[in-house]
Design a protein around this ligand. Structure first.
Ligand SMILES: *[C@@H]1O[C@H](CO)[C@@H](O)[C@H](O)[C@H]1NC(C)=O
Ligand SMILES: *[C@@H]1O[C@H](CO)[C@@H](O)[C@H](O)[C@H]1NC(C)=O
Ligand SMILES: *[C@@H]1O[C@H](CO)[C@@H](O)[C@H](O)[C@H]1NC(C)=O
Length: 528
């Protein structure tokens, strides 16, 4: 017993030692704050555990107290997103699904070009890494990952995109699990047209990646010295996929054991005291304070004049204080509204006087609200916001408003409804209880599985056989074809038999009638 304990301890130490000091490269290229903050605790924790961590990010942490931690700033990607009108395009009507495919194509190539032009990035071209942790979102980073010829983990601050679910072998049925980039309204019950769109989108997207984006990317990376094996092989070489999903916020979906859910609010920060002026504003809001923020990606240039007017006029007539986060200048708010360019959202939502959160429906915002039992009004713009808000309405802890048809009356009515009907808050509280009920904190899970991949130099033993299976085998085209041929043969034989039988029968019947006629003829002759 004692010996085995000692042996176990030794083993544990070995395992821990073996994993110490791995060189990890993280890359999150999406220019979006919520995509970045989700993984900041992971980078911090990994470096505190003795790994040498390099992170390529659009929003550096700049935490000087971390020793073996280095950040490469790629905030120029924000300009790229602005120029390419990324958020404007993905908020279009789903009928224009091909526009989204085209946008993804453009952004993939431009993203790769921007990355390889970054000097700091070029400086790490010849370094060795034991593990790459990369955002499983756009295809662009695949060439980049392939260059380092080491195991890699895909991570996403929401559900993973279609491409990487396909890569790891998770089911990606276009009707059951449409891609989140497709702005479909009612995910639980798609109509025929939406099902058709989702099918076409899924087929077209994967086709465009494999036949157009990957070859183009290969050329871009190759020409600038980022040598990589064939990109499809690198993509399918993914060891694990970390997804920020939770049954409250996402449709239940089967996934393989190498897909790890880290959806329990890994980005939650420890409470900080609020700045004095904000604290006073919130303390005075005895009637209940409304917190309004459309997140970091919905900038004021996405808002129409009618939208701004509805918000200003509605807030002027309600008996509540409003704390409003907005990047640009909007003039004309009433006395009860405090506008700031930035606000400490998590700490504000912890304040007991905040009774309603008006949001664009980003996953992190929903998590932060629900964990404090605060109901919401969702005004979605694009991406997963649409499904997030629809799901919220279905669960009963909020109301949805359409940004295109919003008016002062509709907004005021929605605020009154959520503020006066206790069921929204009760449901939000119940959801918060479920959300907090976790087996292991997500950060611990993420760290464990990251070190697992480092220890075993990948996770080949968890790889699904579907990944290397050609489509014809998966869809059983050979088997179905074979059975179809057999069926056709059987039908053909039956046809032949029936034809022969029919001919024989006709002959017999003809003979019979001929005989009858002959007999009649002879009897007629006889009679004569
Ligand atoms: C900075 O690093 C220290 C550890 O050295 C950590 O405790 C702290 O939370 C980090 N700060 C942020 C903002 O992540
Ligand atoms: C981490 O890696 C970088 C790049 O190889 C190196 O310069 C640095 O000294 C390493 N840091 C530690 C603490 O090992
Ligand atoms: C696949 O991953 C292994 C490590 O797990 C690595 O050695 C190999 O080079 C990778 N292959 C490709 C094609 O990326």
């Amino acid at each position: 017993m004692k010996i085995s304990v000692v042996a176990n301890c030794l083993l544990l130490c070995l395992v821990v030692l073996k994993c110490k000091g791995a060189k990890i490269l993280g890359i999150i290229p999406t220019a979006s704050y919520s995509h970045q903050i989700t993984f900041q605790p992971l980078w911090t924790e990994l470096s505190l555990r003795g790994h040498n961590v390099t992170v390529i990010t659009t929003d550096p942490l700049n935490n000087a107290s971390l020793n073996n931690f280095r950040e490469i700033d790629i905030s120029e990607i924000y300009d790229l997103f602005r120029n390419i009108q990324f958020y404007e395009t993905i908020s279009v009507n789903p009928v224009y699904f091909w526009k989204i495919v085209l946008l993804l194509r453009n952004i993939c190539l431009e993203l790769a070009t921007t990355l390889i032009e970054n000097e700091e990035l070029n400086a790490i071209k010849n370094e060795h890494f034991d593990l790459v942790i990369a955002e499983a979102h756009f295809p662009s980073i695949v060439g980049f990952i392939g260059h380092y010829k080491c195991p890699w983990i895909g991570v996403s601050s929401m559900e993973s995109s279609l491409q990487y679910n396909v890569a790891i072998g998770n089911p990606t049925h276009p009707i059951l699990h449409p891609d989140y980039n497709l702005p479909l309204e009612n995910l639980e019950n798609l109509n025929f047209f939406e099902r058709l769109l989702s099918f076409l989108y899924r087929t077209l997207y994967i086709f465009v990646i494999n036949t157009y984006i990957f070859p183009k990317l290969s050329t871009i990376y190759d020409e600038s010295g980022w040598k990589s094996p064939p990109l499809i092989q690198v993509q399918n070489n993914i060891s694990m996929l970390f997804v920020t999903t939770h049954p409250i916020f996402h449709k239940i979906r089967p996934s393989l054991p190498n897909t790890i859910s880290i959806g329990n609010g890994m980005h939650f920060k420890k409470p900080h005291p609020l700045p004095e002026d904000l604290k006073q504003f919130l303390d005075e809001g005895k009637n209940g304070v409304i917190y309004f923020s459309l997140g970091s990606n919905v900038n004021s240039n996405l808002l129409t004049e009618e939208f701004k007017k509805a918000v200003i006029e509605s807030f002027a007539e309600i008996p509540h204080k409003v704390l409003l986060k907005m990047d640009g200048e909007i003039q004309g708010f009433s006395e009860n509204v405090l506008v700031r360019k930035w606000l400490p959202q998590q700490d504000i939502l912890r304040h007991p006087n905040v009774k309603l959160f008006i949001t664009q429906g980003g996953l992190q915002s929903l998590q932060e609200s629900v964990v404090n039992g605060i109901p919401l009004i969702g005004i979605p713009f694009f991406g997963d916001q649409i499904t997030n808000v629809n799901r919220m309405v279905k669960k009963g802890y909020g109301i949805k408003l359409d940004r295109r048809t919003i008016t002062k009356e509709l907004l005021t009515k929605a605020i009154k409804e959520v503020m006066s009907n206790a069921s929204y808050q009760e449901t939000a509280k119940a959801m918060g209880e479920i959300f907090r009920d976790e087996e292991i904190p997500s950060l611990q899970r993420a760290v464990y599985w990251t070190e697992y991949v480092i220890r075993h130099k990948g996770a080949k033993h968890l790889k699904s056989p579907i990944v290397d299976m050609p489509a014809w085998k998966f869809y059983m085209l050979d088997v179905l074809g074979f059975l179809a041929i057999i069926l056709i043969l059987i039908l053909f034989v039956i046809y032949l038999l029936l034809r022969t039988l029919f001919r024989r029968l006709t002959l017999i019947i003809k003979k019979f009638y001929l005989n009858v006629e002959k007999e009649r003829d002879t009897t007629v002759k006889k009679d004569k």
